[in-house]
Design a protein around this ligand. Structure first.
Ligand code: SF4
Ligand code: SF4
Length: 472
């Protein structure tokens, strides 16, 4: 039985409710009156239920689909302006005891070189990331209680935060590790993690069990209830995601939104971020063997519908997607992207780099961070390395409250400008710097609060004189 407040996976992600939702969406996919009503509600920018959003996703009417896109673009603009937050993944270890069929790190893959970084290697990787200009990373490991126990992750976090190379610093480390216990989540919280990210992969329990035939991850309930344990352990920023291509996208979409509704209903705070990866080619993995793969148009529509359904939630797109697709989805709702990413263990530092391919997936956008930065600015975005909220204790419910009151925009915008300035001073190529300086001059007058505008100008001046790490 469906119960949004239940702590049992099968009740808050009820298969029956999802199937009924899909039936309802299919029956109403051309119901103009209902679609108009849902769009009117969405314009209030308070989000939509999984049923309402599923009707929009199923809608086949061309003019209504145009309206959906337009509304998603508008909501994106209203909440995020032209800002895009940048981050990079950092793979610590690819040892894994699980059998996930879609991932080359699965335990039975004997072709892939296994690697676990030492703390010295991690230091070098972090220096390489800092030298690119990154301030925010997402650490990743396979699940392996012997090779990658929680102590290893905690020690690595300490190392990551301790490295300060030149003007560099990792100011926020998000963590993407396997579902674990409340006690371990508490330890991660104490170690100062940003968001705890765990992709559900698929909400379809039957598919889930087939795709995860062996290892602890086989347990659907334990995996699906992980975010509740993370919240119990004190982590109030959590990131959801599905791997599109594993089951039908409409099923995943409804499940994802039901999960978001569950977190809001139980913990008073919805997901901090939602990621939308699609299955990609990798060592031992052929995406064409997954019959539920989605095309680019469907992918864009999913992004637009998520943006409308959960306006306050950041949405992440990785380098799995090509430059062109990234440009499209940035427009429709994505607020964070990775740049200059390496998806292998030890991929950033030249000393640790090997020709052997140990990447988790093939990257489609292979540009450097500097190239991505320049491109973003040239197509009208303001790249940001801001990590202010986490460092000011604006997390969880507090963050959502500020977000909903729109106060946050008085922080995000100047913070984007000052973190961009830091990047331009310390890491940008000459041509990127030129584009960036012009952009900053254009952005300053758009800060409507006079005091904030003055303070921002002052900070920019201080950055030019060598000072760093300012925030609103
Ligand atoms: S998806 Fe994660 S848990 Fe599964 S095989 Fe890959 S690294 Fe291991
Ligand atoms: S001010 Fe907060 S919400 Fe805005 S970009 Fe910075 S960290 Fe994100």
């Amino acid at each position: 039985m469906y119960d949004v407040k239940s702590l049992k996976a099968e009740e808050f992600i009820s298969d029956e409710e999802i199937k009924e939702t899909l039936k309802y969406a299919d029956e109403n996919k051309n119901n103009i009156e209902l679609i108009d009503k849902i769009l009117e509600k969405a314009k209030e920018r308070k989000g939509l239920s999984h049923r309402e959003a599923s009707v929009l996703l199923a809608c086949e009417l061309e003019d209504k689909n145009r309206e959906i896109n337009k509304l998603a673009e508008q909501i994106k603009k209203d909440f995020y302006g032209n800002r895009i937050v940048l981050f990079a993944p950092l793979y610590l270890s690819n040892y894994c005891v699980n059998g996930c069929i879609y991932c080359p790190y699965h335990a039975k893959n004997k072709d892939i070189p296994r690697k676990k970084m030492t703390q010295d290697e991690i230091k070098r990787e972090v220096i390489a990331l800092q030298d690119m200009g990154h301030k925010r990373i997402a650490i990743e490991t396979g699940e392996d209680p012997v090779n990658n126990p929680i102590e290893y992750v905690l020690e690595s976090l300490k190392t990551i935060y301790s490295v300060k190379h030149k003007n560099g610093a990792i100011r926020r480390a998000n963590v993407n590790i396997a579902a674990t216990t409340v006690e371990n989540y508490r330890k991660l919280k104490e170690a100062g993690i940003g968001t705890y990210i765990l992709f559900q992969e698929t909400y379809d329990k039957k598919r889930y069990e087939i795709l995860h035939p062996t290892g602890p991850k086989h347990n659907y309930d334990y995996h699906t209830e992980a975010m509740d344990r993370a919240m119990e352990g004190g982590i109030d920023d959590v990131g959801l995601g599905v791997l599109f291509g594993l089951s039908t996208y409409k099923y995943e979409f409804a499940g994802l939104l039901m999960h978001a509704e569950h977190l809001e209903a139980v913990h008073n705070v919805g997901p901090h971020t939602i990621s939308v990866p699609r299955i990609r080619k990798a060592n031992d993995i052929d995406p064409s063997s997954f019959e539920n793969g989605i095309d680019d148009d469907t992918f864009c529509k999913i992004v637009a519908c998520i943006r409308i359904a959960v306006p306050y939630t950041g949405m992440i797109c990785s380098t799995r997607e090509t430059k062109d697709i990234r440009a499209k989805v940035l427009h429709l709702g994505i607020s964070q992207i990775s740049g200059g990413s390496k998806t292998s263990v030890g991929g950033y530092d030249e000393q640790d780099y090997t020709e052997e391919d140990s990447s988790q997936f093939d990257v489609s956008d292979t540009r450097t961070l500097d190239e991505v930065m320049k491109w973003l600015m040239e197509i009208g975005y303001l790249p940001s390395f801001c990590t202010a909220c986490y460092r000011e204790g604006r997390t969880g419910e507090r963050f959502m409250e500020i977000c909903k009151s729109k106060q946050i925009q008085n922080c995000c915008h100047p913070n984007a400008i000052i973190t961009l300035k830091e990047y331009l001073e310390d890491y940008a190529s000459n041509s990127t710097k030129e584009v960036g300086e012009k952009l900053i001059q254009k952005e300053i007058p758009t800060l409507t609060n006079e005091k904030i505008q003055e303070k921002t100008k002052e900070i920019l001046n201080q950055i030019e004189h060598g000072e760093r790490d300012f925030r609103f």
